[in-house]
Design a protein. Structure first.
Length: 214
């Protein structure tokens, strides 16, 4: 049985919903925003800054200086009070902080982990048995994603298509930059699933069945 399931997903595909359903059906922890919260706690960076960095990737020093003060935890400039100024750009600090959290969660036992290059992180981690990991990527046709984003995320129908494309581009840039691989490329995953074919519930059932029998 695969004990640790990672999910990459296109925006509006329902990947997060499917991931949560899989966790519920298997009775194991589900980690998504929990990664942000724990990374913020450990690093001293604010949750808002971490979320902003995920969506607007840049590893440049100017970006770090401009955003650091705005999104730092209270009493900081992007770092813990009393700490020396780090040499790494803040985008890299965020990735490293989340990487440590992902590994720690995976080491605790069976779980579902959403996004944040978790498939790549665990593939290059000695602390977790690779045989225990199932990497999933959820995608869907653009029209399906736009319709679902309007219905479930409240996007403006006039700008929804542009927003879906923008967020997918941000996710791809983040993954491609920190992993030096291609987001959504079939070589990097065990399962690529078109969620428009079966819907959320049946897609989750299929992944659970594969996980149990792998």
């Amino acid at each position: 049985m695969k004990k640790i399931i990672t999910f990459g997903r296109e925006y509006g595909s329902g990947g997060r919903t499917i991931a949560r359903l899989v966790a519920e059906k298997l009775g194991i922890p589900f980690y998504d925003n929990e990664i942000i919260d724990k990374a913020a706690e450990d690093s001293g960076l604010s949750p808002d800054f971490i979320k902003k960095t995920e969506q607007n990737l840049s590893s440049g020093l100017l970006y770090s200086l401009l955003l650091g003060a705005s999104y730092a935890a209270p009493g900081t400039a992007g770092i813990s009070a009393g700490a020396s100024v780090p040499s790494l750009p803040l985008a890299d600090q965020v990735f490293n902080a989340q990487r440590k959290v992902i590994i720690d969660f995976a080491k605790k036992g069976p779980c579902v982990i959403v996004g944040r290059c978790s498939d790549y992180v665990l593939r290059h981690c000695d602390e977790v048995d690779k045989q225990d990991i199932l990497n999933v990527f959820v995608y869907a046709p653009l029209a399906f994603k736009v319709k679902r984003a309007i219905e479930t995320k409240g996007l403006d129908p006039k700008t929804a298509e542009r927003e879906v494309k923008r967020i997918d581009k941000c996710r791809a840039n983040h993954y491609n930059t920190f992993t030096e691989r291609t987001w959504g490329k079939r070589d990097h995953y065990d399962i690529l699933l078109n969620s428009s074919l079966m819907g959320m519930e049946k897609s989750a059932d299929l992944i659970v069945e594969i996980a149990k029998n792998s």
